[in-house]
Design a binder for this molecule. Structure first.
Ligand SMILES: [Zn+2]
Ligand SMILES: [Zn+2]
Length: 418
């Protein structure tokens, strides 16, 4: 997979960039044609992006016309993009998504341009040259849920981005250089040299935080924060268990610790992940291959079960374990995505009599939560360095997803783009 990706990249790099600095001669014609000659502050008119074509086929690196932001949108020179399981679900055909598309939804980068007629407040907040981090849920800001402050349920995000692969005017910002064909965007289409992001999804990244490690703030940490802050409404002193301690799960451990958890129990089947969990502040680790996870969690909590259990794998078995690991009246929070056909079982009578709460949670609220998350990282309460376990080059993205699929990535892999 990796070698075919690098071959395709080499082919593309070898191609002469004749029209690279073509002038904006066609600007009088329509919007799409004028995009051909669009430059970013005198820079390139084209960029490279990683394209998913169809399930179980390797990603290829393709050239695109430079994407153009519209009103309220920001063009970002992508610096880093995290390698997340949700992309993998799309790449394996487990979660249906419009294709071809550019995957990658966990980014940091530098602001290079704003769409025409963008509000001056946005330009002031994210001036050209500022460092930013992007949340994978990009709230429209105006729908029923956004108005209520529940940006994690934004109607436009699900109706346009998740259902159609576009931004909120129903169009993508990505067009292939070779034939002008549209390519869809999974969130902002972050595995590319540039990406267009609605300003509502951005937060300023202080210069003290590195681009590469900070990429995980926009999905892994964002998801962990949303699960503990909003779904679990976690309180100091709560006992927390996290089932599955990869990228998102290990972020949950750290957020639970930051919120004052008394016990933080990490459950996984890989000793290297459990070892890493200990380094990130887990008070106990349980290898579910060697012992019964639920029994062990009960034992650690004096027979009670935890106040909050988080399931970060999206598997029917661990879903059930999660509901069994909580104390009476406790909260089982589900954050692991599964194939759309997956269903789980539940012990009905216990759920009813013992008032077990099963809560789904997806991401967090970009405008209120992302700045808080950045502060946790800036203060060092959240350790970014130990969560990112691998850094790779743009050309190695395919391999990174393959390794993620095979459980070979202990924490999170991040692709360094430019
Ligand atoms: Zn993600
Ligand atoms: Zn909305």
């Amino acid at each position: 997979m990796a070698s075919s990706l690098s071959r395709s990249l080499l082919r593309r790099l070898a191609r002469p960039h004749k029209a690279f600095y073509r002038s904006i001669a066609s600007s009088a014609v329509d919007e799409k044609i004028s995009a051909v000659g669009y430059h970013v502050n005198g820079g390139p008119s084209f960029m490279r992006g990683t394209v998913f074509w169809e399930p179980n086929k390797p990603l290829t690196v393709e050239e695109f016309h430079m994407p153009r932001p519209k009103s309220g949108e920001v063009l970002i020179r992508t610096k880093a993009c995290g390698v997340c399981h949700s992309d993998l679900h799309v790449m394996k055909g487990e979660l249906p998504f419009a294709s071809p598309c550019v995957v990658g939804h966990e980014i940091t980068g530098e602001v290079v341009d704003h769409g025409a007629h963008t509000d001056s407040g946005i330009i002031k907040r994210f001036p050209v040259g500022s460092h930013v981090v992007g949340a994978f849920i990009m709230p429209c800001g105006n729908c029923f849920f956004c108005v209520k402050g529940q940006e994690d349920l934004c109607e436009a995000f699900f109706a346009f981005n998740r259902a159609k692969g576009t931004l909120y005017d129903g169009e993508t910002r990505l067009f292939l250089r070779s034939n002008g064909k549209p390519v869809y965007m999974y969130s902002m289409g972050g595995l590319a040299e540039y990406c267009v992001v609605p300003a509502n999804a951005l937060a300023v990244l202080p210069e003290s935080l590195p681009y590469t490690e900070s990429a995980i703030l926009g999905c892994a940490v964002f998801t962990a924060y949303g699960a503990l802050r909003h779904a679990a409404e976690m309180r100091a002193g709560d006992a927390v268990a996290v089932i599955g301690v990869g990228g998102v799960g290990s972020s949950c451990l750290q957020i639970a610790r930051a919120f004052g958890a008394s016990e933080v129990i990490a459950v996984d089947i890989q000793d290297d992940k459990l070892h890493n969990a200990k380094m990130l502040g887990a008070t106990h680790t349980v290898n579910a291959m060697k012992e019964d996870a639920v029994d062990k969690i009960k034992e650690i909590t004096g027979g009670m079960g935890v106040d909050v259990a988080i399931e970060a794998l999206g598997k029917p078995l661990t879903f059930m374990q999660c509901t069994k690991a909580v104390r009476d009246g406790g909260k089982a929070v589900m954050i692991g995505l599964a194939a759309t056909s997956a269903v789980a079982e539940i012990d009905i009578t216990r759920l009813v009599r013992r008032q077990i709460k099963i809560i789904g949670s997806y991401g967090a609220r970009a405008r209120q939560d992302l700045p808080q998350i950045v502060k946790l990282a800036q203060s060092g309460i959240f350790n970014l360095k130990n969560t990112v376990s691998r850094k790779c080059k743009f050309e190695e993205a395919n391999q990174a997803y393959e390794d993620l699929d095979h459980g070979k990535i202990v924490g999170r892999a991040v692709v360094e783009i430019m």
